[in-house]
Design a protein around this ligand. Structure first.
Ligand SMILES: Nc1ncnc2c1ncn2[C@@H]1O[C@H](COP(=O)(O)OP(=O)(O)OP(=O)(O)O)[C@@H](O)[C@H]1O
Length: 683
């Protein structure tokens, strides 16, 4: 019994000792908690602030539209992972740990180390501006509201304003007013005074010792870039006495060449300037006869029948290589419109070859072995040193010159796009001389509210351009719809027939991903209308109201069509004989059809550049316009991320169409689908 009692007492002591130990441990923990730093918390804060500064955390958390919330976010697991990593892994030397000696032999807590302090990373704008071309940092940011009236009132005449103060002549002002242009748009008010300075020397056709500065312009679609370069070119070239090829405008497609030619012809009426095109639409010999005067004598200065050539790069290369007396040495202007697209195309290195043809070759020392060898191999009739431009004069070795200063090409390069690239490697390839950048703001720029005043506003606009957040026309309304692949034709059909789109005077441009999709959609549309008409004839269409107009003219426009056919289709569309034009991205850039009131991207665009140019076919020159993008369910995530990256998601409204709205169409759609299937299986 005694032994049992002793054992019980011993157990009791042990329990008491254990309780005491636990109590002490708890107290020690409390003390430690108060005195020790909180590494996890600090690291979290540190990481959070870093993420905010890098734009990761800060921007993602920005409250956006209801649509925005549907974008899937990355789970925040990473942050936690990092926070529990042992601090000792960091290579930064840490101060000696402070370990408190326990009063009793209790298990030691892990020593903690103060975390190394991370320097604050530079802000986004500083990062983007670091290493940027100085000229780009000094870009002129032009608000879209900077317009100027050119209607000549008595007051204007007295004050010498009314447009002529922008550098162009009274003759040009009158011509523009005759064409219905009463005020100049922002891109024009900024560029004209720059390209047409008052000093007569700057308007000279040749400036071999002080070549004019090059210009890069980024301005929204439909903002009037064509006139911004056409007016100065016509004004400066009008002073010429002898016809030489002095302006070259390069564009990516034939359709655009024809459009720009029309603009030049309209504004240069009565100036005696000769305008030519080279697109491959006519035979090569026909084009040669249009471009060059003398085909037989080899003239070192070339021989031109035109002052201005508007062309595509492929055909330009052909003439440069094979057309005798086709010379670019007299160029005063080289315009690259839709520059980002053209710079992305190699076309036998067209840019390098063109730039080389504008620059004078280095003077050669006579009587060197090389020179003599080449002279011996030269054709028996040497080229005649006629009509050389000032910077090429040294080619005529018989003309003595005592001027040793190097002569440069007088060619001023002008680059334009709504989505201009700022890729330094591409810009460097242009060898720009003293470039000046103009950035015309659109929708986002006008609405921007910046706390830091003008400087911050400007660097914000610059940052947007550099980071390819493109400006949109202020008058554009954008929408998107998400649907299944099966529903897409139904949604499209419903959209154009419902109040959303087609009013009697509306014109709709529909973009698909390829010529084949264009063809298929037009056929399906036709079969669907047929099915509805048949059902109507059988008086079966009860639910479809009479507004479902089946007389709408829909036409496909694709590269599969002959050039003449394409031209005729575009003319009919402009004349409103065609209501819906379905096309691939062939005419998504530059084409200007003023009455296009709606653009539908039937197949969602894969990148932001494509999106900008497609939707830019409407809402041009200050008119209203709507853009609709049909997004298949599986593409929705990509589309939203693309928009979000471009800071544009909140500007695009999501539209929801309930299935019941197009349910009456479904039986007819099924009939149309089976007809389409039968047609394709036959072919
Ligand atoms: N000052 C103006 N007043 C009225 N209309 C104008 C003016 N300037 C240009 N326009 C018209 O605006 C339309 C769009 O012009 P333009 O085609 O030059 O735009 P853009 O900036 O080149 O567009 P994109 O980037 O899509 O090629 C044209 O129909 C043109 O005639």
């Amino acid at each position: 019994m005694e032994a049992v009692a002793a054992a019980a007492a011993k157990d009791k002591d042990k329990t008491k000792a254990k309780q005491r130990y636990l109590k002490r441990k708890k107290e020690r923990r409390k003390v430690n908690k108060k005195s020790k730093p909180k590494p996890k918390l600090r690291l979290h804060r540190c990481l959070d602030s870093r993420m905010m500064q890098r734009g990761g955390g800060g921007e993602e958390e920005e409250p956006e539209s209801g649509v925005e919330e549907e974008v899937e976010e990355e789970p925040p697991t990473k942050k936690r992972k990092i926070s529990i990593e042992p601090a000792t892994q960091d290579s930064t030397p840490a101060p000696a740990p402070t370990v408190s000696t326990p009063a009793v032999s209790a298990p030691l807590t892990l020593p903690t180390f103060p975390l190394p302090a991370l320097p604050n990373p530079p802000s986004k704008s500083t990062l983007a501006l670091q290493g940027l071309d100085r000229a780009l940092v000094n870009a002129e940011i032009v608000p879209a509201s900077r317009t100027v009236s050119i209607v000549d009132t008595d007051a204007d005449r007295d004050q010498g304003t009314g447009g002529t103060h922008l550098g162009f002549s009274e003759k040009m002002r009158k011509r523009l007013v005759d064409l219905g242009i009463t005020e100049l748009f922002a891109v024009q008010t900024s560029l004209l005074p720059f390209l047409l300075p008052f000093s007569p020397l700057s308007k000279a056709l040749y400036q071999p010792y002080n070549p004019p500065p090059d210009v890069c312009v980024s301005a929204p679609t439909g903002s009037g870039k064509t006139l911004a370069y056409a007016v100065p070119i016509v004004e400066i070239l009008s002073s010429r006495i002898v016809t030489r090829l002095r302006a070259l405008v390069v564009l990516p497609t034939r359709d655009l060449v024809l459009q720009v030619r029309e603009t030049f012809e309209a504004i240069s009426k009565g100036r005696g300037l000769k305008i030519g095109t080279a697109t491959g639409q006519h035979s090569f010999s026909h084009e040669q006869a249009q471009l060059v005067g003398d085909h037989f004598t080899s003239l070192q200065g070339g021989s031109s029948k035109i002052d201005i050539l508007i062309c595509t790069p492929g055909r330009l290369m052909d003439h440069l290589k094979e057309t005798r007396n086709f010379s670019l040495q007299h160029l005063r202007f080289l315009v690259i419109d839709e520059a980002d697209r053209l710079l992305a195309q190699s076309f036998q290195d067209w840019l390098v070859q063109v730039l080389q043809a504008t620059r004078p070759p280095k003077p050669e020392l006579k009587y060197t072995l090389n020179y003599l060898a080449r002279a011996a191999a030269a054709p028996s009739v040497p080229p005649v040193p006629d009509a050389l431009s000032p910077s090429f004069l040294h080619l005529d070795t018989d003309i003595p010159s005592f001027i040793t200063e190097r002569k440069e090409s007088s060619c001023q390069k002008l680059l334009f796009s709504a989505t201009l690239t700022w890729d330094p490697s591409k810009i460097a390839a242009l060898g720009l001389h003293d470039p000046k950048y103009f950035i015309v703001q659109g929708q986002q720029g006008e609405g921007r509210v910046m706390k830091g005043g003008r400087d911050e506003e400007e660097s914000g606009a610059l940052l947007d351009v550099v980071m390819e957040k493109f400006s949109m026309p202020a008058t554009l309304k954008e929408h998107f719809l998400i649907c299944t692949t099966y529903q897409k034709p139904l949604v499209f059909f419903h959209l154009v027939h419902s109040k959303h789109i087609l009013n009697p005077n509306d014109a709709v441009l529909v973009f698909t991903k390829s010529a084949e999709s264009t063809e298929r959609l037009v056929r399906l549309f036709g079969f669907l209308r047929e099915a509805i008409e048949e059902a109507r004839a059988r008086a079966q269409v009860l639910e479809l109201d009479s507004s479902t107009n089946t007389n709408i003219v829909v036409q496909a426009y694709s590269s599969d069509l002959a050039a003449a056919e394409r031209k005729s289709i575009l003319e009919k569309f402009k004349a409103r004989e065609i209501h819906i034009l379905v096309c691939s991205d062939l005419i998504s850039r530059g084409i200007d059809i003023s009455h296009v009131s709606h653009v539908v991207s039937y197949d969602a665009p894969v990148d932001m550049r494509k999106y900008v140019h497609r939707v830019g076919r409407t809402a041009r020159a200050g008119r209203e316009g709507d853009a609709w993008t049909l997004v298949e369910e599986q593409e929705a995530r990509h589309f939203k991320i693309m928009m979000k990256d471009a800071k544009h998601l909140s500007d695009v409204k999501r539209l929801r169409i309930g299935e019941q709205e197009f349910a009456p169409l479904v039986p007819h759609y099924e009939t149309a689908l089976s007809k389409l299937k039968a047609m394709y299986s036959r072919s």
